[in-house]
Ligand binder design. Structure first.
Ligand SMILES: Cc1cc2nc3c(=O)[nH]c(=O)nc-3n(C[C@H](O)[C@H](O)[C@H](O)COP(=O)(O)OP(=O)(O)OC[C@H]3O[C@@H](n4cnc5c(N)ncnc54)[C@H](O)[C@@H]3O)c2cc1C
Length: 329
């Protein structure tokens, strides 16, 4: 829960002006939303059932958590469970700009366009590094010295950014029954009048190009549960409940602002988070990558953990250097 507390703190500080100047409204890096999560009736698979129980328990930690009554669940989708709670959604481009601003203000330096090929490579800095922190996502398997070949894999995600300022910032995610579905149904508000639709997840798919048929499928499925994506004048002609064919016809009336593809940096065996000495110069290296589809959620906790490892290993380095200094020559 350390990471969650940090996010809430960042949100509070952003109001008090302790962070970079806020972007002009309505864009905000973080926005409070009421989120709904639904679960489908399951096939009898004990492993999936167990995972679902864990997910439900985690959702219960969020503020204002409430389980929905049977009659409140959307109809016709074979749902077994639904809940709502308050959470923070991230407007990623603005949020990353904020973080960069903070990093630079605290003394951080950025080498733009610098590509690391080997851990042994020395960046153009005034002095050699005391320690290297690796957080290269999918790039980790290509850098010599990281020694993790073959473990990183992409989980391709395509999303559609839709403009629908008439929609309250209420996301309506509906996980598909299969995690490998080419088109899960998810809608998230980011607080500036746009909604992020979709979020496909296809394992081992490294294609960074937009697929128009996926865009259409995402919109069709999102419209099925959330016709409010359509401008009000178009919505009124939809029959209730809307049929699949009328939905398909309406897809072109959705105001699509952008379609984006991202590759989630996943790793066989999970996150790599450890300290090691890298040959040939025995430089200390802290590895912190492989966060797949949860890198933002985990980011503050991951950073705190990495800082702890760094401080511990640097203090032992300092101790060793002091011990060397007092040794009679
Ligand atoms: C559609 C989609 C939806 C998502 N939804 C969520 C969500 O709801 N919640 C969530 O928490 N996460 C989500 N994620 C996942 C999140 O984007 C990742 O987990 C996160 O970006 C991982 O961060 P990272 O810093 O470890 O890796 P990355 O973001 O991949 O960053 C690695 C960086 O290293 C750089 N790099 C790599 N190799 C080199 C090299 N050799 N030299 C120099 N630089 C290099 C890259 O250019 C990149 O900038 C989603 C991802 C997608 C695609």
């Amino acid at each position: 829960m350390g990471g969650w507390r940090e996010f809430v703190q960042v949100k509070r500080n952003s109001k008090r002006g302790e962070s970079p100047p806020p972007p002009p409204p309505p864009a905000r890096p973080l926005v409070w939303v009421r989120q709904f999560e639904y679960f489908r009736r399951r096939r009898a698979d004990p492993k999936e059932e167990k995972e679902e129980e864990v997910s439900k328990r985690i959702l219960g930690w969020y503020p204002d958590y409430r389980e929905m009554k049977e009659e409140e669940l959307p109809r016709g989708l074979d749902l077994s469970f639904g809940c709502s709670f308050k959470t923070l959604n991230i407007n990623v481009p603005i949020y990353l700009e904020w973080l960069l601003y903070r990093f630079i203000r605290l003394g951080g330096k950025v080498l733009k366009g610098y590509e690391v090929e080997s851990l042994d490579q020395r960046p153009p800095l005034p002095s050699p590094p005391d320690l290297i922190l690796t957080c290269l996502g999918l790039g980790s398997s290509k850098v010599e010295g990281i020694q993790d070949e073959g473990n990183m894999f992409a989980q391709r995600g395509q999303v559609v950014v839709v403009r629908a300022p008439w929609v309250e910032p209420i996301p309506t995610p509906l996980p598909d029954s299969s995690g490998s579905s080419p088109s899960s149904r998810e809608i998230r508000a980011v607080g500036d009048g746009t909604l992020i639709c979709g979020g496909t997840r296809i394992k081992d798919d490294w294609d960074p190009n937009v697929r128009p048929e996926t865009t259409r499928e995402i919109l069709r499925r999102c419209l099925q549960i959330y016709p409010q994506l359509l401008p009000p004048e178009k919505r009124s002609i939809l029959p209730h409940p809307p049929s699949s064919s009328t939905i398909s016809d309406q897809v072109e009336h959705v105001d699509v602002q952008a379609v984006q593809v991202g590759l989630r940096p996943s790793r066989k065996g999970g996150v790599r988070f450890e300290l090691e000495l890298s040959p040939p110069h025995q430089v200390k290296v802290v590895h912190n990558y492989g966060y797949g589809g949860f890198g933002y959620q985990a980011s503050w906790g991951a950073a705190e953990g990495a800082l702890e490892l760094i401080e511990r290993s640097l203090s032992s380095l300092k101790g060793a250097a002091e011990a060397e200094d007092v040794t009679p020559k």
